[in-house]
Design a protein around this ligand. Structure first.
Ligand code: V47
Ligand code: SF4
Length: 373
């Protein structure tokens, strides 16, 4: 580990005493309180937050920036739920812009990577009433037969809650079945904002915050790690963001099962919340920084480049981020349909390495569990 120098900006006379106090605490590797987290959002200037988050980031991950070789499978965008921010899903009756892959099409997609050194497939989609627990369990088994070497990260807690409810099994039983068929871990989607009032406004009909947390806790108990996300930059306040991260921090203390935290920026194209303006680049960077400072028990912070764009992902590496996700290979439509800059998200490993080197960081290829490759 390199020697860490304390950035002078953090103790500068222009910084208010309460922010200096937080900086001293963070630099002593002490945990900050939710109230201090809110204060960081309200009063922390970009330079101050960046320096403090970078201190945390370098303490945890040195100069490393992680990426992987991955692709997504989105079996369908038909969905029984109606999240107001979603640009991607279609209701069951809608016939324009929907898709439903057959099992053979999904397996063909996996076969198309034969001989290619990918390490992860990420499977998520709309919640389709006919694609149930055993359909997906058998699909995963077949994917693993084709590629036993590939890590299967699949199904948000939203999909899992629905699958288990329809199959009339507990979360533990449902997850056990999926694990036995080859599922290795869970992605972080579906968390949105845990606060019940905001959740009701933006996605009232899908799994609750308590269910999301319970499903991840159960997965961790069964030895299936997972990721966590937040959907920020819409109608929530800073207090809601901190409340969300605090619930994750408490669960992580208990299980240590989360690999990484992924802030997802609300993108406003073609959805029922299009009238809400997107937040600025400055706010994105401030949000990465506060997340890095607050979530002291999360080893990694990811900037998902298909959502935020590659330039912002590069910038985020100075604001606490140490992971920019993977090659993707133009295999996901969630963000292209929501108006992200990256309309055909694909990067080669060389391009990922170059992006990271351009900002003087050290590229490290990882697997899903952050083992170095
Ligand atoms: O839960 C949907 C979000 C999530 C919009 O675990 C939107 O490695 C912004 O969770 N604007 C799914 N966000 C994607 C996801 C994810 C992505 C990358 C990596 C990982 C991981 C997980 O996408 C949903 C929702 O929060 N989302 N629509 C939108 N208009
Ligand atoms: Fe369905 Fe997920 Fe879109 Fe919500 S975010 S409508 S659960 S696909």
């Amino acid at each position: 580990m390199q020697t860490l120098t304390i950035p002078t900006i953090l103790l500068d006379s222009a910084i208010s005493e309460d922010l200096k106090q937080i900086a001293r605490k963070v630099m002593a590797l002490e945990r900050i309180t939710p109230e201090e987290g809110i204060l960081l959002y309200e009063k922390g200037e970009l330079g101050y937050l960046g320096a403090l988050a970078n201190f945390v980031r370098e303490n945890k991950n040195g100069n490393n920036v992680y990426f992987n070789r991955n692709f997504h499978v989105e079996p369908t965008n038909l969905c029984v739920f109606d999240c107001k921010f979603c640009s991607y899903s279609r209701m069951l009756k809608q016939t324009d812009g929907n898709w439903e892959m057959s099992e053979e099409e999904i397996l063909d997609k996996v076969r198309s990577y034969d001989g290619k050194p990918i390490t992860e497939v990420h499977i998520v989609g709309g919640v389709h009433p006919k694609m149930g627990l055993m359909y997906f369990a058998n699909l995963i088994k077949k994917i693993k037969e084709l590629r036993p070497d590939v890590h299967v990260k699949a199904f948000t807690a939203v999909e899992l809650e629905y699958m288990c409810r329809k199959a009339k099994v507990s979360y533990e039983e449902g997850l056990r079945i999926l694990k036995e068929h080859g599922q290795d871990s869970l992605p972080g989607g579906g968390a949105e904002i845990f606060d019940e009032v905001i959740r009701k406004q933006i996605c009232e009909d899908k799994c609750t915050a308590i269910e999301w947390l319970e499903i991840h806790e159960t997965a961790h108990k069964l030895g299936m790690p997972s990721n966590a996300t937040i959907l920020y930059g819409h109608v929530e306040t800073y207090a809601h963001r901190i409340d969300h991260m605090n619930r994750l921090r408490i669960l992580q203390d208990k299980t240590k099962g989360f690999n990484t935290f992924i802030p997802l920026k609300f993108r406003n194209k073609d959805n029922q919340m299009s009238h809400i303006a997107e937040v600025s680049l400055i706010e994105d960077l401030r949000n990465y920084a506060v997340s890095r400072i607050f979530l002291d028990n999360f080893a990694h912070l990811k900037a998902y480049w298909p959502m935020i764009g590659r330039s912002t992902a590069q910038l985020s590496l100075a604001f606490g981020v140490d992971d920019i996700d993977g090659t993707i290979d133009d295999s996901t439509k969630i963000y292209t349909m929501a108006g992200a800059e990256e309309q055909k998200p694909t990067l080669t490993t060389q391009e990922l390495v170059d992006l990271i080197k351009q900002v003087n960081r050290t590229p490290v290829e990882r697997d899903t569990l952050y083992n170095h490759i």
